[in-house]
Design a protein around this ligand. Structure first.
Ligand SMILES: [Zn+2]
Length: 498
């Protein structure tokens, strides 16, 4: 066990310390991609461009802004507003320099700039020409063209560079309109990676114990509560944070006319500050910044993250452990067993039972059903030990801000239950491309060929039903895969719903 791991173990409560395996196999966290990131996110539209001498670009920009309105998105904030003739993409250069007074504009000493005005469908061509004709220097040769441009902000510097070549100079602002903010992910990951392997090893251990006992498939789940000193506790919305770490990054080539009169107006009007926040909101602003700050509430205050805390220590406690128990009191035919006894559902239910226990309600002794469909009472001694402990903070909603570690990607049913429980973070090891409900993209077309359980791979792959960050669901859960070569694989049939 590494020194940093030992440090973490020393902070654990006696029950956790008793449960974890003596040797911890290490693994690494890999963030899950969101469904929007996996879709073709190159959403193109047409935008008007014009050209004008340096000294009147401000007037031009004002006309464009008046037509597009104040809606930042309509002003295409990820595109550089003004670009020198030498810095427009080569194919546009070839085209534009042969039109109108192009030769003169593209002369080495020219002080003309190309200006992107806004999306074609947001402004009327006639109004635009009318507006531009009020400017003396361009009145005689009004140049308005449409070019294809990406309508959404790029999600990486590489993508920004590519678009700068293909469409128009593009600015990457180090945020991600298609998922959680990259800095939220990296900070959360830095905290979790210290002990994620411990909880994953524990999930593996309980999975194997359940399989050996004949209760279920080798699938396990561990739910953990992390307490960070100085952090507002769960259930309470932390104050929204300003867009930390969001800074404009130039695409590294031809700096453009920064500092001249072209950009002063547009940028002073809040492009740098305002639009980064807007862009974070996704195409329809559904994933709002406020929700992102909710997600990022795991992060310790700045001073804690920079120095290893010596006084107040971060602590983690196990809230529930559960293995798959689909075969408990069930006849072993097919793959399904009892779907209510999936590991994630059992674990969440155990958390719920702890909350109910904390409320100290009078006990109901009435047995509702002959068959215990839910199988949410502990079956293994490890499950019982954790179950007997109190919930560390019984005030919050079900699994709000808790962390779930699973050996396998949960099925769509469990993924939805995890979402409803308001789990804060999920880590799983084995992908289930045919049946999984988390990883958005993987349909695993060849996953079943080897198993032979569906007539030689005739099922045609999974449904691609991953829920991770589907914006329709106001998704705020952060997700990782845990990759490890040093712990035994828990192989299950690829058609099985974990
Ligand atoms: Zn499930």
């Amino acid at each position: 066990m590494s020194d940093s791991m030992k440090e973490v173990v020393e902070t654990l409560d006696p029950v956790s310390r008793h449960l974890i395996p003596p040797d911890i196999a290490l693994g690494t966290l890999v963030p899950l991609k969101t469904i929007l990131e996996l879709r073709d996110n190159l959403c193109l539209g047409l935008a008007y461009v014009t050209r004008a001498p340096n000294k009147v670009t401000n007037d031009v920009v004002n006309i464009a802004r008046a037509l597009a309105g104040d809606d930042a998105a309509k002003n295409l904030p990820h595109l550089r507003r003004c670009v020198k003739p030498a810095d427009i993409p080569p194919h546009l250069k070839t085209q534009f320099m042969n039109e109108g007074n192009g030769r003169q504009v593209h002369l080495g000493k020219s002080n003309w700039l190309y200006i992107v005005l806004g999306p074609e469908n947001e402004m009327s061509y006639d109004e635009l020409v009318k507006g531009l004709s009020t400017i003396d220097d361009i009145r005689d040769d009004i140049f308005v063209r449409t070019i294809p441009v990406p309508l959404l902000a790029p999600t990486s510097q590489v993508q920004a560079n590519m678009w700068s070549q293909q469409f128009w100079q593009t600015v990457y602002r180090k945020n991600n309109p298609l998922g959680p903010h990259p800095s939220t992910i990296s900070r959360t990951e830095a905290v979790m990676s210290r002990d994620a392997s411990i909880w994953m090893n524990l999930a593996h251990q309980v999975a194997k114990k359940s399989q050996r006992a004949g209760y279920g498939e080798p699938i396990g789940a561990v739910i953990v509560k992390r307490t960070i000193p100085g952090k507002i506790d769960s259930g309470k919305q932390p104050a929204p944070k300003e867009g930390t770490g969001e800074s404009e990054v130039s695409n590294g080539e031809g700096t453009g006319p920064e500092g001249d009169n072209c950009n002063s107006q547009a940028r002073a009007a809040g492009e740098v500050k305002g639009t980064t926040r807007d862009a974070t909101g996704g195409p329809n602003g559904v994933i709002s910044d406020a929700k992102q700050s909710d997600v990022s509430s795991l992060e310790a205050p700045a001073q804690d993250s920079t120095k290893p805390d010596s006084e107040a220590q971060e602590t983690t406690e196990i809230v529930a452990i559960a293995a798959d128990a689909r075969w408990h009191q069930m006849e072993r035919t097919g793959l399904t067993g009892n779907p209510m006894a999936h590991a994630a559902l059992r674990a969440i239910s155990m958390v719920a039972q702890k909350l109910v226990r904390a409320e100290d309600r009078p006990k109901s002794t009435q047995k509702v059903m002959d068959f215990e469909a839910f199988q949410d009472k502990p079956l293994l001694s490890d499950e019982q030990l954790v179950f007997d402990g109190d919930h560390p903070c019984p005030d919050g909603y079900l699994c709000h801000e808790l962390e779930l570690y699973m050996t396998h990607e949960p099925c769509t049913m469990c993924a939805m239950a995890i979402l409803h429980s308001r789990m804060g973070r999920i880590v799983f090891r084995h992908r289930m491309p045919l049946t999984g409900g988390m990883s958005s993209e993987d349909r695993g077309y060849d996953a079943c060929a080897a198993s032979g359980t569906c007539g030689g791979g005739s099922c045609g792959g999974g449904q691609g039903l991953g829920l991770h960050w589907r914006k329709e669901l106001n998704w705020t859960l952060l997700g990782w895969e845990w990759e490890s070569d040093s712990i035994e694989k828990l192989t299950v049939d690829p058609h099985l719903h974990a």
